[in-house]
Design a protein around this ligand. Sequence first.
Ligand code: PBG
Length: 323
Amino acid sequence: MSEFPTRRMRRLRRGGVRDLVEETTVTSDDLVAPLFVDATADEPREIHSMPDVYRYPVDGTVVRAGELRDLGVPAVILFGVPEEKNEQGTRAWADDGVVQRATRRVKDSVDDLLVITDLCMCEYTDHGHCGVLDDEGNVDNDATLAYLRNIAVSQAEAGADIVAPSGMMDGAVGAIRESLDSHGYDGVGILSYSVKYASGFYGPFRDAADSAPSFGHRRGYQMNPANARIASEEARLDVQEGADALMVKPALPYLDVLRRVREQNDLPVFAYNVSGEYAMIRAADEKGWLDAEETALESLTCIKRAGADAVITYFADDLARRL
Ligand code: PBG
């Protein structure tokens, strides 16, 4: 008679026991849905590298936001595709800019939905970089801060609940906080893309927002994927400058960084499950190589397990329907 094994871990995976002892649960309350608002579109246009993700005109954005709220998604993050791009990205802070118009309309028409606005210049500049350029064609950090201040105020004026600077400019959070406060928007929060890597996983997004840099790359401001320790310093500076919440982006290839930021900070931590992470799963599913429903939920569970309080994900609609 063998006494081995006496510890049988499988007992914890039987029937109802498995659910009872589950450590991490994804709910629709954790999800933020990205929405692309397109000033040049008069009907929803599907993004070819992101099945079921669309660029919406302002009207369509309002309808879509309402559907997401009805599904139980508590927040959207808006990205703009402007009618015109130029060197200074002037449409980024226009009172009638596409994100400003959409924000006003969504806040007017959809109850209890948080509107987060992505705060960056790359969708608005003709060169596609996340700031204004100096004479040598490099992004001028400090000159860009003045633009970010204006964009933040115009988004707050339109009714944004939270602004989300995503350009990785040094000092952005402090500059934006100061600008919002001095214009009477001390209630508007800052969700900082504190730890944003220079990643190939943004490919489909750049299709969607038509925001690929026309020359060069973003490695001069976005982080080096090889580094994790520097992430701590990026997060620390943002906390010090007044961020309300931190973000790690992308999510799946950077779960170690997410865990690190979670453990070192007590502010909420968001993760951005980016366009490439979505596209990979959907493409493999189309080929019949894996199941998108299963792997999407598994991905989100792992991102939460690693430490995310909330996740920005293109799977928000699909997950909210199922959870
Ligand atoms: C803008 C921005 C990007 C993403 C979010 N905000 C693109 C970039 O930095 O090139 C990517 C999101 C995604 O891939 O889903 N700075």
